[in-house]
Design a protein around this ligand. Structure first.
Ligand code: GDD
Length: 348
């Protein structure tokens, strides 16, 4: 039996889990993970409402490990110690919840077994490494020589992808207090010559920022097209790669795509145009609305003839009235938008 831990605040886990893609948990299940633990520090009750549904859908045990204060990226491992260390002494996976990528987890297990160290991490190449944890490895073996979180000067362009396979002994290195796996744990394992890095084949994106989230959605749908294209929507009203949850309802005469994901229970009325956007669970889009390059949060409503574009982000339960225009508005949850947002700004 294998276990896995997702580290994430409520929001990042929501992004990872509340959309119709559950590919990270599906990938874990596919290689024999039997229990997934969500490490959360905020609003556990919101998450708990969804757990049962995911458990049934994916036939995997999902539990929460709730912090009373944010424990950083390492502290949650100490908190979930008993759940992660089973009787078998087998390694467990840890995933940052705000990344999307391919998950070659079987290859990671083989890599981990072959090097015999204490911890394996996935790495990927990026153009702007200073925003991430940079990993310098010995080319032939993958042994990590240095792990530098958010370096100020250039150390290399291979970065920590936020996907780890750890031996139970790693938890012995972590105290139950707010602490960072990147700054306090990985550098020490590397100094003991027991940290190894595997280059992640395929796409990877940190989706913590809205613009990156939309790029991540495109990369994910591209990869879905290559690997299991039957999951993508088809028909005369579909352009490019589009994912529509089976419980969503789409009206007549819509044009949807490219790069759109529509979550469970959404209602899209007739004549709607959607492109490059993520429409979360329970959203209601009224007739002839047009949405592009935007994220529509859970249970929001977009009115008739509304035009929502240019990285507009609607939080949960936002009501956009009929005929409104939003140019890059970032709208906090539970707001009603009665006048147009003409330039990118936060609406509190
Ligand atoms: N439960 C819990 N509690 N989760 C947390 C906490 C906390 O106190 N703090 C951070 N996290 C979660 C975040 O929600 C995210 O999923 C993950 O831990 C990483 O934390 P971030 O604070 O988002 O770090 P980052 O994105 O700047 O950098 C991390 O990810 C990069 C890859 O995207 C680091 O792991 C980098 O080394 C890595 O390159």
């Amino acid at each position: 039996t294998w276990a896995a831990l997702f580290v994430g605040g409520h929001l990042t886990l929501s992004c990872a889990l509340f959309q119709c893609d559950l590919l990270n948990i599906e990938a874990l299940k596919a290689i024999g993970v039997t229990e997934v633990v969500l490490a959360i520090n905020y609003q556990p009750e919101v998450m708990l409402n969804f757990l049962k549904e995911f458990e049934t859908k994916l036939e995997i045990k999902i539990t929460c490990s709730q912090e009373t204060e944010p424990l950083g990226t390492a502290g949650p491992l100490a908190l979930a110690r008993d759940k992660l260390i089973g009787d078998s002494g087998e390694p467990f996976f840890v995933l940052n919840s705000d990344v999307i990528s391919e998950y070659p987890l079987k290859q990671m297990i083989d890599f981990h077994k072959a090097h015999g160290g204490e911890a394996s991490i996935m790495v990927t190449k990026v153009d702007e490494p200073s925003k991430y944890g940079v990993v310098v490895t010995e080319e032939s073996t993958g042994k990590v020589e240095r792990f530098v979180e958010k370096p100020k000067i250039f150390v290399g362009n291979k970065i920590n992808a936020g996907i780890y396979l750890l031996n139970p002994s790693v938890i012995d290195r972590i105290e139950l207090r707010p602490t960072s796996i990147e700054k306090e744990v990985f550098p020490k394992i590397a100094a003991d010559n027991k940290l190894y890095a595997m280059v992640l084949p395929g796409f990877w994106m940190d989706i913590g920022q809205p613009r990156d989230y939309i790029v991540g959605l495109r990369l994910y749908l591209d990869s879905l097209k290559k690997n299991s294209s039957s999951k993508l929507a088809t028909g005369p009203h579909i352009v490019g790669n589009v994912l529509v949850d089976e419980t969503a309802k789409i009206g007549e005469g819509c044009l949807i795509g490219p790069d759109v994901a529509i979550g469970p229970g959404c209602i899209v009325e007739s004549g709607v145009r959607l492109s490059r956007c993520s429409v979360m669970r329970g959203v209601y889009i009224k007739k002839h609305a047009c949405i592009s390059s935007s994220i529509i949060g859970w249970h929001s409503t977009v009115g008739r003839w509304a035009r929502v574009e240019n990285m507009t982000i609607l939080g949960e339960d936002v009501q956009v009235c009929d005929e409104i225009y939003s140019n890059g508005g970032v709208v906090l949850p539970h707001k009603e938008i009665k006048s147009s947002i003409l330039k990118p700004e936060i609406v509190m």
